[in-house]
Design a protein around this ligand. Structure first.
Ligand code: SF4
Length: 403
């Protein structure tokens, strides 16, 4: 269990959909409809529940998994008789999951429900081979995740500016240490091939060795559009929907259809299907409970390369991981609109980009090693780090304010 996906030789893969304002009831219904936990969990099972608690933003923002979904799952896993129940997370690069547990006040909640809360950012790392890896041949993963008998991936329903969506397959990235997350995002291949062989293929490689036995998508409040700018999130959208199943590829594919996306156009899901890690075509998947049409809620995904939320400040999101994007947004949160205005014409670049279209004059700040490396020789303030601490970004901007 949880040791990599394989293609099951059955006729159709069931994926359940439930809807309702009572989250605990909707989770129970979705898990029951998807086949329950009896076949998955026995009295000796060590079960890891892996929500998306990658940043300290509450569930109502559409960014993180609703704690009520997690406590409902803890309850179901307890009823199934598991020996040990853990809730674990490794946060976005540069952040610590323990601080996020505290900020979201979930630790005692999960402990009271009967789970041990594990900060995977402090977990021992174990290096494993990836025999079927295409871009990753070995990788360090968190021991707790690797050694658990059952993994339940509980992503938030949201679109993502790099990978189209971030659902249960991508949620597995929170079971590896920062060092591995950086490798997953920045594997050493030519930029021209990164589209096909980069992050998306690495997500699939990871899922060949460490994957969910059950995927439960929290679409109670989903997140549409990841709008670059001095704010942290896109638009939260209330959907009151839960999607579950034991084939994460199929669950993610149904999740895409529920938000109006064709999963064949979401590269990592298509690649997972092509590599026979799971099913995704409508003829291979049986949707049980609510129909896709009855819960359909198209979400906006179009993310401009650059978005200007202040007339004078442009943020350019190149290719990289969310480490710099999140740190940069958090750093900008410390500046008032007046401060931002006082900066004059400014462009902040994060991630790997060589485009110069945005350079319309004014000052440039290159935030993070990716931006610095891909913009060698360009004029501007270079703030190295992977990601750089938010305080360095703040300090550089504050210096600019004083000039
Ligand atoms: S420099 Fe930033 S974008 Fe690049 S890998 Fe590091 S954290 Fe991610």
């Amino acid at each position: 269990m949880g040791r990599g996906l394989t293609f099951a030789g059955r006729e159709k893969t069931p994926v359940s959909i439930s809807k309702g304002k009572n989250i605990a009831r909707a989770v129970r219904q979705a898990v029951d409809l998807a086949g329950g936990l009896e076949k998955l969990i026995h009295s000796g099972s060590r079960v890891l529940i892996k929500p998306n608690l990658s940043v300290a933003l509450p569930a109502k923002t559409g960014v993180t998994t609703d704690p009520k979904v997690v406590t409902a799952l803890i309850q179901l896993v307890r009823e199934a008789g598991a020996k040990e129940i853990m809730v674990g997370e490794s946060a976005v690069v540069g952040f610590d999951a323990a601080a996020i547990f505290e900020a979201l006040k979930v630790r005692s909640l999960f402990e009271r429900a009967g789970a041990k809360v594990i900060n995977l950012d402090r977990d021992e790392a174990v290096e494993i081979e990836i025999p079927k890896g295409i871009v990753l041949k070995k990788l360090k993963v968190c021991r707790t995740a690797y050694e658990s008998d059952v993994i339940i991936s509980v992503p938030k329903m949201k679109t993502h500016f790099q990978t189209g969506v971030t659902l249960s397959l991508k949620n597995m990235k929170g079971t590896v240490p920062d060092e591995s997350k950086r490798i997953i995002h920045r594997i050493g291949i030519p930029v021209t091939k990164r589209e096909e062989y980069g992050l998306d293929q690495a997500i699939v490689d990871l899922n060949t060795v460490i994957s969910a036995d059950l995927a439960v998508i929290d679409a109670s409040v989903s997140l549409e559009g990841f709008v670059p700018g001095p704010r942290l999130v896109g638009n939260p959208v209330r959907m009151d929907t839960i999607i579950a199943g034991s084939d994460p590829v199929a669950v993610d594919a149904v999740g895409c259809r529920v938000i109006g996306l064709n999963p064949l156009e979401v590269r990592h899901i298509r690649l997972a299907h092509e590599r026979k890690l799971g099913r995704m075509l409508p003829k291979e998947v049986e949707v049980v409970g609510r129909s896709i049409e009855s819960v359909l809620h198209p979400l906006k995904t179009e993310i401009p390369e650059a978005a200007q939320t202040y007339e004078n400040l442009t943020i350019v999101e190149g290719k990289g991981c969310s480490g710099c994007s999140v740190t940069n947004r958090m750093a900008l949160f410390f500046f008032s609109p007046q401060d931002v205005e006082n900066l004059g014409v400014v462009t902040v670049i994060v991630g790997d980009t060589t485009s110069t279209d945005y350079l319309s004059g004014g000052r440039c700040f290159f935030v993070g090693n990716c931006a610095v490396r891909s913009n060698k020789g360009k004029k501007g303030t270079k703030i190295g780090g992977c990601p750089p601490p938010g305080v360095w970004i703040r300090r550089s901007l504050t210096k600019a304010l004083k000039k």
